[in-house]
Every structure is written in C-alpha cells, then in structure tokens.
Design a binder for this molecule. Sequence first.
Ligand SMILES: Nc1ncnc2c1ncn2[C@@H]1O[C@H](COP(=O)(O)OP(=O)(O)OP(=O)(O)O)[C@@H](O)[C@H]1O
Length: 244
Amino acid sequence: MSRAVRLEGLAVDYGRTSRRAAVPVLDRTDLEFPAGSFTALLGPSGCGKSTLLGAVAGFVRPAAGRVAVGGTQVCGPGPDRGMVFQQYALFPWRTARGNVEFALKRFGLPRTERRRRALAALAEVGLADGVERYPAQLSGGMQQRVALARALAAEPDVLLLDEPFGALDALTRTRMQELLRRLWQRTGTTVLFVTHDIDEALALAERVVVLGGTPGRVLGDHAVPEGPADPALRARIAGHLGTG
Ligand SMILES: Nc1ncnc2c1ncn2[C@@H]1O[C@H](COP(=O)(O)OP(=O)(O)OP(=O)(O)O)[C@@H](O)[C@H]1O
C-alpha cells in the first residue's frame, strides 16, 4: 500500500532551553506528496532536508504545524514508514538475515514470519546468496542493500531515504539507483529521497523539491518529465541552488 504524506505549516527548531532561544531550522512549510509518488528533496548542506525527513519519520518533533501520513497525524516512528540512512548502521555481530529479522522484532511478528519476510526482502534487493554473511564480509553496496531490505521488510507505505547512496562508488551507486526505481515501480510506495546531487535527483524522481536558506524553506518545486534529461530543467534547479 502507499499513502500520501502531507506537511501542514511544519516548522522545526533545535536547541530550545530555559536560557536559550530556539534556532529555527525549517520555516513553516506546506507540502503534499501524493500516494505512490517519488520525490527528491534537494538542497545545500544544513538547509533542513534530514530534519524534514526526520519529522515525517517521527524522530523530530515539530515546533509548529504537523505531518500527516494517509491523513493520520504523525506522533512518533511507526512501521508504516521505513528509513534508510547514508550510514548503513548494521549490527556487525548479526548476519544480513539477522539484521533484517531483528528490525522486524519491534512489530511483534512471529519468528517464522520475520524469517520469511527477511529472506524475501534480501532476495528482492539481490542478496539471496549473501543472507548468512556478516556486514564485514559484505561490500558497501551490499551493506546498503541489507539496509534497504531492512526498511522494505516492514512493508512500509512510505520509504524515507537520507542520502542513501552518498558513500558508494559511482558504478555501485548507479546500480542501487536502478534497484530503487524498480522497487518503487513494483511496490508503489511513496518515496522521499534526500540528496544534494542534482543529477541523482533528476535520474530518480518524478518531482524535485529544492530547499534552501536559513531556516530552510521551499525554493522550487519541479515535475520531472519522463525521458531524456532536460538541460533547461537542470539549469533552473541549479539556479535555485546558486550553482548554475
Ligand atoms: N539535533 C540537532 N540539534 C541541534 N541542531 C541540529 C540538530 N540536527 C540538525 N541540526 C542543525 O539543523 C540544521 C539543519 O540540519 P539538517 O541535517 O536537517 O540539514 P541537511 O540539509 O540534511 O544537511 P546535510 O545535507 O549536511 O545532511 C543544521 O544547521 C544543523 O546543524
């Protein structure tokens, strides 16, 4: 299933204490991500991309406004939202299968179901032969496949990816991008993908939202047409980023 994500006047600030005023990180932001859509969030370092994703994941509490997934207000993390980070954050003492199974534990699934889902998700990301390997026996790309399988095994409605391929070499990165596109097309999950790479955003997403400024706000919102890359669109987006 997939569900729409809606940000309504979402604002986030950090560092509020009894002595110090809060630092605003994300300005009041209204955005709607339709069910099944694939959006890239693009912007310079520090503009609040991860913060926005964290608010959707339920890790970050809004200072104002709200986030709703499928019409239900987000109050904390939940199995309907899966997250993949740049650092794979796998347990080194668990195998690929063990890492995915462990992540499913908090959803109260019986052991046989956890195993079934873990093996299916690992096969889906092309790791059927590596399920009993430990992270140290896997390349960076393979470890990121495990992290992706871990998120997919929960069968989330919304997949949140925070620069997931930033640490991979160019070839592995292209392969992982293709894998993600295929998975999205098959599952129809709503995808929010954070990157600071224009070409990655244009290669993957149907829509590119550009964030920038301090506090962060939406500077541009562009549909990406199917087909060959459009240099004029790229130039417009680069213009928002000040890299044109
Ligand atoms: N837990 C926190 N406490 C205080 N400040 C924070 C916290 N997390 C992030 N910040 C600050 O909030 C701002 C936005 O950070 P965020 O990580 O959301 O940006 P980003 O656009 O994802 O950056 P990057 O591309 O470098 O990951 C930054 O100035 C950062 O230093």
